[in-house]
Design a binder for this molecule. Structure first.
Ligand code: ATP
Length: 202
């Protein structure tokens, strides 16, 4: 199956776009962020490894991952971040591969928000970048997440830049106009991916 990796910065519109592919065009969507969340549910081996590595204070009193505490530990230094990635990324890759293998469709979308940061490109055949100017990303996340501009800028600064993401793109979907205007370019991309998927079978 052709695997299209869908990425984009925070607030670029990945969810809006992947929902459109899924609900209007019937394309299967696998989201690596959701896989990551499942992997750290109570009882999962990855959660036990995180608690061993970063201390039991990363868990709340019900045994769930306390993301804020973990983030404090992990983002203070590169080493912590790498240790967390070493626990999660091989598992995310394995689950994503299993789920892709279980699908029956010409192509699927694999949503990898941090594709440019994590180098998970080996999971995908194509990279589709949802592209939005930074000023627009900031406006959207302030409106959606009720954070202030400084916080929004800090999150953007911690992510790959727009140019770094675009450098990985096979296809780019511009999402900085009216939402209703996405339908046509998405339909074009759908036809393009169906054609590529059919060519692989020849
Ligand atoms: P995150 O990385 O934070 O998960 P995302 O890339 O999945 O974000 P969305 O959640 O799809 O982004 O979009 C961010 C916000 O911007 C949402 O509230 C969405 O409704 C809005 N939005 C997305 N595209 C547009 C657009 N073209 N015009 C106006 N609002 C938009």
């Amino acid at each position: 199956m052709l695997v299209v990796g869908l990425t984009g910065g925070i607030g670029s519109g990945k969810t809006v776009v992947s929902d459109h592919f899924a609900t209007r065009l019937g394309v299967p969507v696998i989201d690596t962020d959701l896989i990551a969340r499942e992997l750290v549910e109570p009882g999962q081996p990855a959660l036990a490894e995180i608690a061993t590595e970063f201390g039991a204070e990363c868990l709340d009193d019900r045994g769930h991952l306390d993301r804020v505490r973990l983030r404090e530990q992990v983002f203070v230094n590169q080493v912590g971040r790498r240790r967390l990635e070493a626990i999660l990324h091989p598992r995310i890759r394995a689950v994503a591969r299993q789920r892709i293998a279980a699908l029956k469709a010409p192509y699927c979308l694999l949503v990898i928000p941090l594709l440019a940061e994590t180098g998970m490109t080996e999971l995908v055949d194509r990279v589709l970048v949802v592209d939005t100017p930074e000023a627009e990303q900031i406006r959207r996340v302030i409106a959606r997440d009720q954070i202030n501009e400084t916080q929004a800028r800090r999150i953007l600064a911690a992510q790959a830049s727009r140019a770094q993401r675009l450098a990985l793109a096979d296809e780019v979907l511009e999402n900085f106009g009216d939402l209703a205007k996405l339908a046509l370019p998405i339909a074009d991309l759908h036809r393009h991916y169906l054609r590529l998927a059919a060519e692989r079978l020849l």
